[in-house]
Design a protein around this ligand. Structure first.
Ligand SMILES: [Zn+2]
Ligand SMILES: [Zn+2]
Length: 73
């Protein structure tokens, strides 16, 4: 699979990931790694939060300003 952003620039970059917002394949150069928090743990008691990696393409990174404390579904 080739990077969609590279394709738009007339290049072919090997994709290393997939944007979790629009589903475009992105290469290492165009992939923007972020972190989102996932809440897990028992219903009763203290919730545990785990940080998981998320991948966005350049376009989605530009329109999605990170909002602290909210976890996108
Ligand atoms: Zn690329
Ligand atoms: Zn995207």
């Amino acid at each position: 699979m080739h990077c969609l952003d590279c394709h738009g620039q007339g290049k072919t970059g090997d994709a290393v990931g997939v944007c979790q917002s629009c589903g475009a394949a992105v290469c290492e150069q165009h992939a923007h790694l972020g972190v989102r928090r996932v809440r897990r743990g028992p219903l009763m008691g203290a919730p545990l939060e785990t940080e998981v990696r998320k991948v966005l393409c350049s376009g989605c990174t530009a329109v999605q300003a990170p909002v602290p404390g909210t976890a996108p579904v």
